[in-house]
Write a protein that binds this ligand. Structure first.
Ligand code: ADP
Ligand code: MG
Length: 374
């Protein structure tokens, strides 16, 4: 099946065309920088890049979403949206891969800046198409770190490795269980349709205010707590040791932050176990508990998002939670397939009643990671 973005790509000729998906994180929020666990799955939405080889070291990239064309050479310092592309060229060359110049055409149906990881979808597609042109068969498992390096060091965005791992490694019908310490991955069967279930993504549309400052503060707090507790990272505290660990922390806020991280890691493990046992309904309560923990202990939700979660649950969702870094973004709701419309209507109604813009919602199924289109 070809995606909307594939159909939108202007006619070539291209020497190669690759696609990479956006993602949502099923559960495991703010666990990545604590060396913990995450469980993303890929969206049917993707970013498609068509490439034509050039015989000189120069890259010309056109994006339908940006509405412009940018040309750069190997020494240029590119800013703006094209830095995600130039960053990948830079990271590949830094790693010793001699990628050829190219004309790149980009289009996407991943919403930009909505927390669905359009940035990693762009990076991973560009990386795949350039490696293909170069005839380099770089194992997929090695690509996320390189794409992350492009985003961290070239673009200058301090993100973890989850987004690029999801874009690259996710499999259709599966969620990707990722250990952020070892980078070990496992494919966990996640076929909702077979169980009469659907995952609804609701974009709260809440503006992301103060995100970077709040993110930095949470991250610092976790590092301080780990130091006080004498562990390399909060991942090393297990639920059995949590009460004793909390007793050793004087700061009330710090205790709440630690409790979120430790219980959230356990919820990821419990979610993986439930999916492996073949009963996806069991993950509903884990999703809802994750949301409560983000709201009350990690304090990263906002009223728009809480309204969506509460309304979805009241309308019969098995579970609902904010996904992503917080302060806005999307909500995931696990619903019976035949109740999608009701839940969506309830969410829109509750949001309007609370004075918020009624959010957009769509149903997603776990899709395939980076793939060659032609
Ligand atoms: P998210 O990854 O959650 O969508 P980010 O802020 O990390 O949000 O990345 C969004 C940015 O990535 C955009 O502002 C733009 O600079 C760049 N980007 C992503 N997809 C495209 C695209 N198809 N065309 C041009 N730029 C893109
Ligand atoms: Mg991003």
């Amino acid at each position: 099946m070809s995606s909307t973005a594939e159909q939108r790509l202007p006619d070539g000729p291209y020497d190669a065309v690759w696609a990479s998906p956006g993602r949502v994180n099923l559960i495991g929020e703010h666990t990545d920088y604590n060396d913990g666990y995450v469980l993303p799955f890929a969206l049917p939405h993707s970013t498609v890049v068509g490439a034509r080889r050039l015989d000189r070291p120069e890259w010309t990239v056109t994006s339908e979403q940006a509405g412009e064309t940018v040309t750069f050479g190997p020494q240029d310092r590119v800013a703006g949206w094209a830095s995600y592309v130039a960053g990948v060229v830079w990271a590949l060359r830094e790693a010793g891969h001699d990628v050829p110049g190219a004309t790149l055409t980009v289009t996407s149906d991943v919403p930009l800046g909505a927390g669905l990881s359009s940035s990693a979808a762009l990076e991973c597609s560009v990386m795949a198409v350039l490696l293909d042109l170069a005839g380099i068969d770089l194992p997929m498992a090695l690509r996320p770190r390189l794409a992350q390096r492009a985003e961290n060091e070239y673009v200058g965005a301090p993100t973890g490795v989850m987004d690029q791992s999801a874009a690259t490694l996710c499999r259709e019908g599966h969620a990707l269980f990722l250990d952020c310490r070892s980078l070990a991955t496992e494919q966990v069967p996640f076929d909702l349709a077979a169980q009469g279930l659907a995952m609804l993504v609701v974009d709260s549309g809440a503006p992301h205010a103060h995100v970077s400052g709040e993110y930095a503060a949470r991250r610092r707090g976790c590092e301080e707590a780990a130091k006080i507790l004498g562990v390399p990272a909060l991942r090393d505290i297990d639920p059995a040791g949590l009460p004793a660990a909390l007793e050793r922390l004087d700061d009330k806020v710090m205790r709440k932050r630690v409790r979120h991280v430790v219980t959230e890691d356990q919820r990821v493990l419990d979610t993986v176990a439930a999916l492996r046992a073949g009963d996806a309904r069991l993950i509903g309560p884990l999703m809802t508990a994750s949301h409560a923990s983000m709201r009350d202990d990690y304090e990263i939700t906002v009223p728009q998002v809480d309204t969506v979660v509460t309304a979805a649950l009241a309308a019969g969702a098995h579970g609902a939670r904010m996904t992503g870094g917080g302060f806005g973004g999307c909500v995931l709701a696990l619903v019976d397939t035949d109740r999608c419309d009701e839940v969506e209507a309830a969410v829109r109604e509750a949001s309007a009643a609370a004075g918020f813009t009624p959010p957009a919602a769509f149903v997603v199924t776990p899709a395939e990671g980076t793939r060659k289109v032609r």
